[in-house]
Design a protein around this ligand. Structure first.
Ligand code: NAD
Ligand code: ZN
Length: 354
């Protein structure tokens, strides 16, 4: 199926309609590199676009290539590319901002209104054999970092941004709500930031087992919607109120739990995105000066995420539970949707393993 000159790509044609297609091999524009794709992870948002055809205001109106957690090998470079050459192995930061608006110039390019982000409609993603990307949003991988780890720098960067916005530091006691891939990278990053203890919650015992293996000091299996009661269980088990809480489920009762649990003067970071409007114990947060902060993806986090992995400070490999070939990528998406077999992070291999 994958012809010599073809570019087998996983295309979302409409809600529920994922198909492998041959597309032309793209040519790198000025400042871009052509990549032979290697590892691409599946994210909850990919599955959501597949099942619903939209996330909030981002609506699929024409066929779109999937994939945004990715790594590849440079095959060719466009004019003006100085820092990369054919043969270089890279991780791909999937969001490319306009570079000229006030947010970009302020260094907070994740807030750029003209951001072009892989596999966010209408922008094509990188789940294909070949893909072009601006060279300055590609990060050269040292030899000891695999393509799979390169792909995982994307979710890890979310963890870095969340811990930075939370102010996790040496000695912090941290609550992470939700032990999906994002909660788990927040756990890894909080520990790498020097947190003394991290407690993590989930509904699912299997995910909490993984969290324990990744270094969680305490786990709480959530079995109540009573957020106040749950916050008491959390603080009792942690031995204190957390300084920072990082909410990674998006569930309304869990956001309330994060607020109730956090010590006065502490910080809650909202990573999880569930309902557009939720009911929160806002007076409780207000009178105790608990800061509530959002995050949107990440900004200036890829270099840090890469150093964390390359130095051995964090090991993201245990997040990978399943691997598929590109030709089987619809099956990979099926598994990501059902979560069968304790799936956490599923990686699709798009080419050779060099
Ligand atoms: P996921 O669905 O795999 O994980 C969510 C976890 O939360 C699951 O394990 C689930 O069992 C658990 N959960 C559900 N209700 C809970 C509750 N009441 N208490 C505790 N745990 C509960 O998703 P993920 O890929 O890990 O992503 C997590 C969230 O982060 C999603 O909402 C996603 O949209 C969001 N996200 C946000 C950003 C951002 O930039 N803000 C970036 C990436 C992901
Ligand atoms: Zn901009």
């Amino acid at each position: 199926m994958a012809g010599e000159d073809g570019n087998l790509s996983l295309v979302l044609r409409g809600p529920g309609d994922l198909q492998l297609e041959q597309r032309p091999v793209p040519k790198p524009a000025r400042g871009e590199v052509l990549l032979g794709m290697r590892s691409v992870g599946i994210c909850g948002s990919d599955v959501h676009y597949w099942t619903h055809g939209r996330i909030g205001d981002f609506v699929l109106t024409s066929p779109m290539v999937m994939g945004h957690e990715a790594s590849g090998k440079v095959v060719a470079v466009g004019d003006g590319v100085k820092d990369l050459k054919p043969g270089d192995r890279v991780a791909i930061e999937p969001g490319v901002p306009c570079r000229t608006c006030p947010h970009c110039k302020d260094g907070r390019y994740n807030l750029c209104p003209d951001m072009r982000f892989c596999a966010t409609p209408p922008v094509d993603g990188s789940l294909a054999q070949f893909y072009c990307h601006p060279a300055d949003f590609c990060y050269k991988l040292p030899e000891n970092v695999s393509y799979d780890e390169g792909a995982l720098l994307e979710p890890l960067s979310v963890g870095v941004h969340a811990c930075r916005r939370a102010g996790v530091a040496l000695g912090s006691h941290v609550l992470v709500c939700g032990a999906g891939p994002i909660g788990l990278v927040c756990l890894l990053t909080a520990k790498a930031c020097g947190a003394t203890s991290v407690i993590i919650t989930d509904l699912d015992a299997g995910r909490l087992e993984v969290a324990k293996k990744l270094g969680a000091d305490h786990v709480v299996q959530v079995s109540t919607r009573d957020s106040l009661q749950l916050s008491r269980i959390i603080t009792e088990q942690l031995g204190c109120e957390p300084d920072q809480s990082i909410e990674c489920s998006g569930a309304e009762p869990s956001i309330a739990t994060a607020i109730y649990s956090t010590r006065s003067g502490g910080t809650v970071v909202l990573v999880g995105m569930g309902a557009a409007e939720v009911k929160l114990p806002i007076i409780n947060a207000s009178v105790r000066e608990v800061d509530i902060r959002g995050i949107f993806r990440y900004v200036n986090c890829y270099p840090t995420a890469l150093k964390m992995v390359a130095s051995g400070q964090v090991d993201v490999k245990p997040l990978i539970t399943h691997t598929y070939e590109l030709r089987d990528s619809v099956k990979a998406f099926e598994r990501a949707k059902t979560g069968d077999g304790g799936a956490i992070k599923i990686i699709i291999k798009c080419g050779q393993t060099d």
